[in-house]
Design a protein around this ligand. Structure first.
Ligand code: SF4
Length: 68
């Protein structure tokens, strides 16, 4: 599973980086980006899904790379 942040929606709240710092990082302006790699199943994936759910503006989406 991979994650992406829509940069046109992210408001830089930083919640995602607090919840799943191994997947989401903040750029110098405080906006989030997701690692461009598969997130390991288990705790990392669960944390990232929770971050997706907790994002106040719903800027995070997950997807399966094989599914396009
Ligand atoms: S929680 Fe949402 S709005 Fe906040 S930095 Fe992450 S993606 Fe952006």
């Amino acid at each position: 599973m991979r994650f992406r942040v829509d940069p046109t929606v992210c408001e830089g709240y930083g919640t995602c980086a607090d919840i799943a710092p191994e997947v989401f990082s903040l750029d110098p302006w405080g906006y989030a980006q997701a690692v461009p790699a598969d997130v390991a199943p288990g705790a990392p994936e669960q944390d990232a899904l929770r971050a997706e759910h907790e994002c106040p503006v719903r800027a995070i989406r997950h997807y399966e790379p094989d599914a396009g």
